[in-house]
Design a binder for this molecule. Structure first.
Ligand code: PLP
Length: 385
């Protein structure tokens, strides 16, 4: 009996992609086995994060990195690092910032619910730009000079959402950040594949980049990566670690040498609620190594064949179109998208697809969390619709 059945939970066929609501994706057995193996022994968490730092630095090109409990946690920890730096007294006070240097500049068109993590750490968002390309009457978005104009002694950081249509472009934002010596924190949670993006945002000048481990990387659902400047990563790590320690006996490993210059050790930090377990760290590292080493074209081909399996099994019942993107997606056009989605969700097991374009009469199917067998089931259901 499956562990889900044991607890009375019905599993679903997830054609939505690695969405959190539907438990992300499916881990490769090698990743799952590594987590089981890690669970059977103990290690010092800072040694584990030092190992994570070495792996993440090698794969991303960042000076340093840590495993987090998700991209959202990465944003929170990154914000905490921007707010407190290597000052243990500032760390101890977060989310309060006594001197008011707590502002994060965010381009208005990039606002999203994940930027709440900036607030949770103690930040305050200052919006810039008029995105009238979205509202309709105009064609523009924020320009880099508008970010520069918003920088004051209260500025703690600049937040950028990495997305193909984000404006201003990251390299232009990075130029402003560098000129004013303000850290640039990038949310790249879902910008994989291509695996090249693991290096790209850092190469374009980001100081900190957060990725989700539970999306395309294929790590544990609640895992992520924060990578970037060594001093900021050291600060982020220290604000997440369990610090029930004797400071005179505590010494930072070489990977986090920036922490050796601290005048003292803070207590449990603002990131303590973002705790990441040993199993998640080991699982993420194994998944990351697999993700970075895999043949992207072959993976793309596998995803395409999953979608083609749906199309073949569906026959003429529906109008299908496969869109070629880093992760290919299947569009199904129908006169009654909501009716069809409801019918699929009533299947046993329920089939969940993307509803973002239902008002255009289109349902979306992502291959990332599907097996080929599930693809055949989806196709058969569609053929009966
Ligand atoms: C998914 C996502 C997150 C959250 O990632 P988690 O790993 O689930 O915490 C944050 N930002 C963006 C843009 C995302 O797409």
């Amino acid at each position: 009996m499956s562990v889900y059945a044991r607890f009375g939970v019905r599993t679903v066929i997830n054609a939505c992609g690695t969405v959190t609501r539907l438990s992300g994706g499916r881990m490769h057995p090698e990743v799952a086995a590594a987590m089981v193996a890690a669970s059977g022994e103990c290690a010092d968490m800072i040694d584990l994060q030092a190992a994570a730092c070495r792996v993440i630095a090698r794969i991303t090109g960042a000076p340093a990195g840590i495993v987090t409990s998700g991209a959202s946690a990465g944003i929170l920890l990154g914000a905490a690092a921007c707010l407190a730096g290597l000052d243990p007294a500032r760390m101890n006070r977060l989310p309060e910032v006594a001197d008011g240097r707590n502002e994060f500049i965010v381009v208005r068109s990039q606002r999203n619910m994940y930027d709440r993590a900036l607030h949770v750490a103690g930040g305050h968002i200052v919006e810039v730009g008029i995105p009238d390309r979205y509202s309709g009457p105009g064609v523009r978005d924020a320009a880099a000079w508008e970010i520069a104009a918003a920088i004051t002694p209260r500025t703690a950081g600049i937040y950028h959402l990495a997305h193909p249509h984000s404006l201003p472009r990251l390299p232009d934002v990075a130029t402003v950040a560098r000129e004013h010596n303000i850290p640039l924190l990038v949310d790249a949670a879902a910008q994989l594949p291509p695996a090249g993006n693991l290096r790209r945002f850092l190469a374009q000048g980001a100081d900190l980049v957060a990725f989700s481990g539970g999306k395309a990387i294929g790590g544990p659902q609640a895992s992520g990566i924060l990578c970037g400047r060594a001093d900021l990563i050291g600060s982020a790590l220290l604000q997440m670690l369990d610090l029930d320690v004797f400071p005179d006996l505590w010494r930072a490993p070489a990977e986090f040498a920036s922490l050796r210059q601290l005048p003292g050790l803070p207590h449990h930090g603002i990131g303590r609620s973002c705790k990441v377990g040993k199993e998640a760290i080991v699982g993420l590292l194994v998944a990351l190594e697999r993700f970075a080493a895999r043949d992207e074209a072959a993976q793309h081909g596998e995803w395409r064949s999953i979608l083609e399996t749906i199309v073949t099994a569906a026959g003429d019942a529906v109008t299908c179109r496969i869109i070629d993107a880093p992760v290919p997606v299947l569009e199904i056009a129908t006169t009654d998208a909501e009716g069809l989605a409801a019918q699929l969700a009533a299947n046993d097991p329920p089939i969940h697809c993307g509803l973002g374009r239902r008002h255009e009469g289109v349902l979306l199917f992502s291959p990332v969390s599907l097996t080929i067998e599930q693809a055949a089931i989806i196709g058969r259901r569609l053929s009966q619709s």
